[in-house]
Design a protein around this ligand. Structure first.
Ligand SMILES: *Cc1c(COP(=O)(O)O)cnc(C)c1O
Ligand code: SF4
Length: 357
């Protein structure tokens, strides 16, 4: 199924009014919101929204809301501390063996919860040709870098030609073992995943992994499935990352369906991100306790292949860590371990009833 060819990417509040997604009377109050973070919703995502449902999970991700103007005291411009670890424009080098390379600042959609909302869209800018050269020189000079993660913005909005150039430059660096591309394109703008683009990803010897960002099973329509199949058939290893979002996917049923669907599409769920403290995103954030309860429920319900790791990016640039839930606790008599049903056991088990609890 192709999207209706008369539907274009919505970029102005008026487009949303015309699509019946915003009441004419509500348009004016959204103008300051889209000045903070640009508006873009692709035809595929517009068509996935049920216009009758004010709480539609796709709408909540992409249609601007006045709640974004409410900034909580703990929210930050740079929630995950990218700035501190930017040695040259376009590079984030926080972990010795990995760098982020951000060639572009634009995205085909703007997610209202974006943790880089201050640097994507209107707020950001792309690397110039010189800056890109300097960024690649940085990677070339740092032999401890084993993995280069293309992110942004959205690296797969680059043309196949430019993407291929970057892949081949990295391929020529012997210390770079793996390239990883973080992308929302296969889901939100699947038509960009052409044979040519897939060919560009495969144009060096260095394997290129793709980590697809997706948050709700309804994002995975026929065109997105076909795009993922093109990547998988070409031998591109696929992972998924999901952001836990209030009113979108903070529900075990929805997450179970999403993760099972991904595994069927040959995509391994990798991370479930706790919502970052990006400014104006409080209405979309859950608590950590809620996230842990969801992970417990999922561990009971679905195969291990379907389970991502629940992670928090520690504010201030301290990196990502798993945030549970934990099933294990140290006690004076050894470990106390909880099974998936909530029953508690000792590890190692007490010998034949001696000292049994
Ligand atoms: C998330 C992130 C990475 C990748 O982390 P993994 O845990 O390897 O997926 C690397 N560098 C930075 C700065 C990051 O934010
Ligand atoms: S696609 Fe990624 S970088 Fe772009 S707005 Fe969405 S979350 Fe942010």
């Amino acid at each position: 199924m192709q999207p209706n060819p008369t539907v274009r990417t919505a970029r102005r509040v008026e487009d949303l009014v015309a699509a019946g997604l915003v009441a004419p009377s509500a348009a004016a109050e959204l103008e300051p919101v889209v000045r903070q973070l640009s508006l873009a919703i692709t035809p595929e995502m517009l068509e996935a929204i049920d216009p009758e449902d004010p709480d539609d999970p796709i709408r909540r991700q992409f249609v601007p809301a006045t709640a974004e103007l409410e900034i909580a005291f703990e929210e930050r411009h740079d929630p995950i501390g990218d700035d501190r670890f930017t040695p040259v424009e376009g590079i984030v080098h926080r972990h010795p063996d990995r760098v982020l390379l951000k060639p572009v600042h634009v995205c085909p959609v703007y997610c209202r919860f974006c943790f880089r909302r201050e640097t994507v869209g209107r707020g950001g800018r792309a690397l110039s040709a010189d800056e890109l050269r300097a960024a690649l020189d940085y990677v070339r000079a740092h032999e401890e870098v084993w993995e280069v993660i293309l992110t942004g913005g959205e690296p797969l909005v680059l043309s196949a030609r430019r993407l291929g150039q970057i892949v081949r430059e990295l391929d020529a660096m012997p210390h770079v073992g793996v390239v990883r591309v973080h992308s929302r394109v296969p889901v939100v703008d699947p038509g960009r995943v052409t044979g040519e683009l897939v060919g560009a990803l495969r144009s060096g010897e260095t394997p290129v992994w793709v980590v697809v960002h997706t948050n709700h099973p309804r994002e995975l329509g026929p065109a997105a499935r076909a795009a993922l199949a093109r990547l998988a058939d070409a031998g591109v290893p696929l992972l998924a990352q999901t952001v836990l979002l209030r009113g979108v996917n903070d529900d075990a049923e929805v997450l179970a369906e999403l993760f099972r669907t991904l595994v069927r599409l040959r995509v391994k769920p990798y991370y479930l991100h706790h919502g970052d403290l990006a400014r104006g995103t409080g209405h979309l954030r859950t608590t950590i306790e809620e996230g842990q309860a969801l992970m417990r429920e999922l561990r009971r319900r679905v195969s291990g292949t379907c389970l991502p790791t629940y992670v928090l990016d520690v504010p201030g640039g301290h990196g990502k860590v798993p945030v549970g839930p934990s099933y294990l606790e140290a006690t004076d008599e050894g470990w106390r371990v909880e099974d998936v049903g909530g029953e508690v056991h000792r590890y190692p088990p007490a010998a034949d009833g001696v000292g049994a609890r």
